[in-house]
Write a protein that binds this ligand. Sequence first.
Ligand code: NAD
Ligand code: WQD
Length: 339
Amino acid sequence: MKNILVTGGAGFIGSHALVELVEAGMNPIVYDNLSNSTDKSLKAVESICGVYPKFYQADILDEEALDRVFAENDIDAVIHFAGLKSVGESVAQPVRYYENNVAGTVCLLKAMERAGVRKIVFSSSATVYGSPKSCPISEDFPLSTTNPYGASKLMIESILKDLYHSDHRWGITLLRYFNPIGAHKSGKIGEVPSGIPNNLMPYITNVAVGQLEKLHVFGNDYPTPDGTGVRDYIHVSDLARGHVLALQRLEKYPEELNIYNLGTGTGYSVLDLVNTFMEVTGIDIPYVIDPRRPGDIAECYANPEKAKKELGFEAQFGIKEMCEDAWRWQEGHPHGYED
Ligand code: NAD
Ligand code: WQD
């Protein structure tokens, strides 16, 4: 595996994957419409690993642009990050989400088929487990969703499974991410939420930097040790490295369909994360307890054994490093890549 097309490569997880791919000796080619990112992230990637990846600013719904990229580059495999990811927005704009995520993926797969490139690693999500019956969650747990974003991920998983069953020349890896947080150790790339963050860690860092007054903790009456929601937070650089391992396995077993959880296997509550953040940064995070957020579940953490056994994947960074690194990025870039 050498030339890797990275859709959504300018985004949060994609930019971290670029660094890991370059460091693993691969050549990432970025395809991104910049609808939720900026190409400044690519400059920052260059400042970390010395390579400014070849970049196509284009949409995955644009089949001509996709054909051009496959014609101009000898692509070995695709990592498909491109997609819209806000749960709340997907409820308000379902058609936009299905078009961008599902129809966009179909366009990508058609272009791959035309080009004879049949290796793909797809960004799925633990959201496809819906409200899990128990934790830790294994890959064979029942799947369900409660919002259009999650449904789009589940539909894409189904399409990819059907595709594999129709033609075993495909090599397909579905990676189900748990909760990626943190930022590259350099503090040069990180997450840039648009507007007020929906997710916990960017909300905490926005409070820490003084842009938001206090954190709203969504419920403290869950059946968890301290009553707040428990999640499997995983450092984004660990998650990114999981993609390199997935490609390496695809190279060894090019005609497999595999599904892996990418998580740490450990759950932390909202208050665990807040307290750890305060401890490692020395910054106070004022918070209030609010009612539960509709659609939230009490706890969600991975059984990470399959990825460990088959990919050799194990998270290296703990919760303290996730907090430290998230803060290093936020402190240095209070307005994202504009700073
Ligand atoms: P992100 O928004 O930072 O990155 C997604 C990138 O895709 C952006 O750069 C955006 O401009 C691009 N994009 C979106 N639609 C496109 C299109 N039609 N054509 C071309 N480019 C397009 O998000 P992220 O957090 O890096 O997430 C990457 C992937 O991982 C997404 O598919 C997301 O659903 C999935 N995922 C994310 C999380 C999370 O918590 N961040 C969890 C599970 C799964
Ligand atoms: C974590 C915990 C909240 C914000 C979401 C998507 C999921 C995936 C990752 C893409 C929960 C609590 C949060 C706040 C809070 N994305 N919280 N105050 O909900 O686990 O997952 O992002 O696939 O699909 O649903 O992550 O960071 O929003 O919430 O108390 O301001 O923090 O209730 O317990 P979530 P999150």
